[in-house]
Design a protein around this ligand. Structure first.
Ligand code: GUN
Length: 312
């Protein structure tokens, strides 16, 4: 068997087309959709991710601004910047690039984001609302994975899904999206994509799971987000024949990026496989843009309602 390669770059273009249409519509209403990013310190990987995010904003007509603080910045300095951006009516989305330097309490920073502007969907209000199946902003990577599965018409209902990750950024929201969330809430702008995903049976594994292969071999759909090569690699013998394998891991070795999956061997065993780079990465960025136009549209609606209220 040779796996069908799930082309995240190509599906991201479809999402970006839709985002551009929405950004244009907002522009016609006089709203320039704007994303503000915050970088604390000078981590080269974070800087390179941010560069890609800003480039993508430019491609779809989203204004993007980057705010930088030195690694020596205090907790209050970061919170003050967040507060300024929260209050700025011209900024619709705020992304604080993670990880933050060790002296900063990341939770307090994320909690300080106005939930309506939290385009990462990581604020406890937004993450918590997912548990209650209420409309919210969904974290970009899980949302991107959903859209990829939808695009390739992979129905998760009744399937055994194994996730190797338990973080707030990937594993936990992914579990919610693939089991109980109404897919129409995840991609509310999108009318073209098939909405198939719900009712999976999910096993969540993590770094302390003994004999992780036992679980991966049972997965109809395996989603791996470990990022610790060469210590951890998903090899062909860990994958069920014909499984869908989604690789979220990114490890830099020398100048090259690698996923968690040993691509060449797993390709001959899996039914579907995402490459690294070019799989989940472009989808995550596309969903950041998607979240940004959604927040801008929501804030604009609120502004209009607010103005109408003021007029009457
Ligand atoms: N660092 C790695 N991935 C992400 C992400 O999706 N959002 C933010 N803010 N930081 C990250």
């Amino acid at each position: 068997m040779t796996a069908i390669i799930m082309d995240g770059k190509q599906v991201a273009v479809l999402v970006k087309d839709e985002v551009r249409r929405e950004a244009d519509r907002l522009q016609e209403l006089g709203v320039g959709t704007c994303l503000a990013t915050v970088l604390v310190g000078d981590d080269p990987a974070s800087r390179s991710y941010l560069k890609m995010k800003h480039k993508a904003c430019g491609e779809v007509g989203i204004i993007s601004k980057n705010y930088e603080l030195p690694a020596s910045a205090s907790q209050n300095e970061v919170l003050d910047l967040i507060d300024t951006l929260n209050r700025d009516n011209n900024v619709h989305g705020i992304l604080v690039q993670l990880p933050l330097p060790g002296n900063i309490d990341s939770f307090q920073i994320i909690e300080g984001l106005l939930p309506a502007k939290d385009v990462d969907g990581l604020n406890p209000i937004n993450l918590g609302r997912i548990s209650y199946r209420k409309h919210s902003i969904f974290p970009c990577t899980p949302k991107g994975i959903m859209a990829l599965l939808n695009h390739y018409e992979i129905n998760v209902a009744g399937k055994h899904l194994v996730i190797l990750n338990r973080s707030n950024l990937v594993g936990k929201p992914l579990y919610q999206l693939l089991t109980t969330v109404d897919p129409m809430q995840v991609l509310p702008l999108n009318t073209d994509m098939l909405m198939l995903n719900q009712d999976a049976t999910v096993t969540m594994c993590h770094s302390k799971t003994p004999l992780v292969d036992k679980y991966t071999r049972e997965a109809d759909i395996l989603i791996t987000a470990v990022g610790k090569r060469p210590e951890f690699v998903v090899t062909a013998d860990m994958v069920k024949e014909g499984a869908v394998v989604i690789d979220v891991g990114v490890s830099r070795m020398g100048s090259k990026l690698y996923g968690d999956v040993d691509f060449e061997s797993v390709r001959d065993r899996a039914g579907y496989l995402t490459p690294v780079p070019g799989g989940v990465g472009p989808m995550t960025i596309a969903m950041l843009l998607h979240n940004t136009v959604i927040t801008a549209a929501e804030q604009t609606k609120n502004t209009i309602v607010h103005l109408v209220k003021r007029w009457v």
